[in-house]
Design a protein around this ligand. Structure first.
Ligand code: 1CP
Length: 341
């Protein structure tokens, strides 16, 4: 598998690429299959999860398949009342803000994610041997931000206030979410995923010092608990240029980089010794073939420079998710280009 080779310091047979949010609204076949089904309902339907996970692999020939799911799926499975609202994202019925709320958080039992592990079995039967299946979970901080805010946020006001004003409560909440994240990843790893990505999408809202104190110990526990499987652990967040070293130190084998930091600079910031993933700006895919070709050539050059200087490998990806308005043809051509350049 080229993706696993690049993640582990071996020479891949071709330059590996996948795209965050490659399964989703940019694909007409996704919109068609989701037309009459809610997002969460879809995430608990094994045949549908398999089909949606396979769609971008069939269409674009990516080297990675990302399990079709969502970071709030294990919270829902554990019994937290929430929904994923079209055009908004996760919405929590009763936000978690007090000591009583934190104490009442449920644990995740293995059987509650049986639909997801069943889906993984179906996907592994269909996926080409050379394509890596990537499982994932939300990191405790990013999950906490949804639970505390009640939904998406720009400022993370309540989240950061709890962290700073009530650190004991904060750590208790983070501990409970860490347990859920570990349980969700263990289930996926036991079902056979080839790599896992921990999405701390919104950690970039924090300073490095705040991240170290309030977040890193919990994410480190997640990474340590899944290390024994020997599969690559990818760690990613948006706007995390100042956190790359800390996010690597918690125990990542691959560090995800958004478009703000060149890959060779990112590799230097983390002190080499791990693989790097990224970092095309998703909007480049909308800017026409000449721009896509120029930007991919630059990223490949910077990736090669990073590897020459001591990074273990480079997995091509976007700096964040595919935007829904992206022309799928542009994605297919980008993959062709990445495989031939
Ligand atoms: O109806 C729909 O199609 C809803 C859109 C959608 C989709 C397709 C959501 C709602 N989630 C997903 C799938 C999803 N979510 C995947 C698998 C698909 C793939 O990558 O190909 C993954 C990996 C996620 C993970 C996820 N969910 C993250 C981490 C990745 C990231 O984007 O940083 C986050 C932050 C979420 C929360 C979420 N779920 C959905 C939305 C719109 C959001 C973001 C809301 C916000 O801005 O806070």
């Amino acid at each position: 598998m080229p993706l696993i080779a690049a993640a582990t310091g071996k020479t891949p047979s071709r330059r590996p690429v996948w795209f965050m949010r490659q399964a989703g609204r940019s694909l007409p076949e996704y919109r068609a299959i989701r037309a009459n089904r809610g997002m969460l309902e879809s995430c608990f339907d094994p045949a549908l999860v398999c089909e949606i996970t396979m769609q971008p692999v069939r269409r674009h020939d990516t080297d990675g398949a990302i399990l079709f799911s969502d970071i709030v799926v294990p919270l829902k499975a554990a019994g937290i009342d929430l929904d994923i609202v079209a055009g908004t994202g996760p919405v929590i019925a009763d936000p978690v803000r007090t000591a009583a709320d934190v104490a009442a958080l449920p644990r995740l039992e293995r059987g509650e994610v049986g639909a997801i592990t069943a889906a993984i079995g179906l996907i592994l039967d269909e996926l080409p041997d050379t394509t890596a299946l990537i499982g994932f979970a939300g990191a405790p901080f990013t999950l906490a931000s949804y639970l505390i805010e009640g939904g998406p946020s720009r400022t993370y006001q309540r989240t950061k206030t709890m962290m700073l004003a009530e650190p004991a409560l904060w750590h208790e909440l983070m501990g409970a979410l860490t347990d859920i994240t570990i349980g969700f990843l263990h289930a996926q790893l036991d079902a056979g995923v080839d790599a896992v990505q921990l999405f701390d999408s919104w950690a970039g809202a924090l300073s490095a010092a705040t991240y170290e104190t309030y977040v890193a110990p919990h994410s480190a526990r997640v990474m340590a608990e899944v290390a024994g499987y020997g599969v690559p652990r990818i760690h990613f967040g948006v706007g995390t240029g100042e956190l790359l070293a800390a996010m690597t130190e918690v125990g990542a084998d691959v560090i995800g980089v958004d478009w703000r930091v060149p890959l060779d600079v990112a590799a230097e910031r983390v002190g080499y010794g791990v693989a790097i993933q990224g970092n095309l700006d998703p909007t480049v895919l909308m800017a026409g073939h000449a721009v896509i070709e120029r930007e991919l050539a630059r990223i490949i050059r910077e990736g090669e420079r990073a590897v020459d200087a001591g990074a273990l490998g480079h997995i091509l990806n976007l700096g964040h998710g595919v935007l829904p308005d992206t022309d799928p043809e542009a994605i297919t051509r980008a993959v062709e280009l990445i495989h031939t350049l």
